[in-house]
Design a protein around this ligand. Sequence first.
Ligand code: KG4
Ligand code: ZN
Length: 344
Amino acid sequence: MTTILGIESSCDETAAALVTGDRTILAQRIASQDEAHRPYGGVVPEIAARAHAERLAPLIEATLADAGMTLDQVDAIAATAGPGLIGGVMVGLVTAKALAMATGKPLIAINHLEGHALSPRLADGALEYPYLLLLVSGGHCQILLVEGVGKFRRLATTIDDALGEAFDKSAKLLGLGYPGGPAMERLALAGDAKKVPLPRPLKGSDEPHFSFAGLKSAVMRAKQSGQYSDADIAASFQQAAIDCLIDRARRALAAAGPVNALVVAGGVAANKAIRGALEALAAEHALDFVAPPLALCTDNAAMIAWAGVERFALGQSDPLDVAARPRWPLDPEADAVRGAGVKA
Ligand code: KG4
Ligand code: ZN
């Protein structure tokens, strides 16, 4: 049975995991840096890189100890090689290279987004390619046709903010602190989604993409008007975001051709209202709906190890001089969109 060590360090979680070919997570550890970044209202790259450098080696040792394993029993070492904050990515990748060199085990360089994109297959052994994936996180907001390992067709992306970014920025406007997504979801439970008139950018548009910057600005104006409670703003924001997401997903389903399932992954997939709306959309199209458990939605190393399992099964590995990449699109053929390249 294949066992892969996975390492994740592309943003503000330092993580290691051991995952087998039969989808067992033997052990996983995540050290969150939320506390370190909270005073700044967002992730500070220098602080993140330093924290990864301090924590990663002991974290890997502890993960191996949790599983009662040594590195000799691992078949390959998979690490996030991008996209992400380059300092952190380099810490994880260099560590993986050193371990690979010391043990003679293969190195597998993983695209963090592929980790998210394949994580539903770790959670659900029945999920077959192709599937339509909504990848919604703090840095990304894409709809992808997933046809296989390394085979992605991007059907939509955001022309400005990612959905998680819109959650985080709106939460900041309401004084909810960082990270904002979970706090917005909690506050929305106490509010009325019909109270605050907010726009649905690009809803119904012929353009396949997302836009959330206008929604965030409208949240700012609603807050400044002093007319609405924070809970009503949060609930109305979340509903507007869901309406946009569903409209764009419906359009992508029509464009994608036959798929086996509608799948959601990435940090925002932790949102229960969003999961519920997507589940209803899947039912409407008589499709299976797959959403990984919450712990697999936000950044973690099990998804990186799993992407390693899939690549290892295809006989793939990478040379020890493979480079860390701050940007690394899943579908390099996808057309550039207006506004693209403005942010990571
Ligand atoms: O995938 P992830 O952990 O990191 C990135 O690669 O971006 O996603 C983090 C993002 C943040 O923007 C966070 O606010 C958002 O996911 N998020 C949520 C929820 N939980 C996390 N957004 C909405 N509702 C949630 N419950
Ligand atoms: Zn992520």
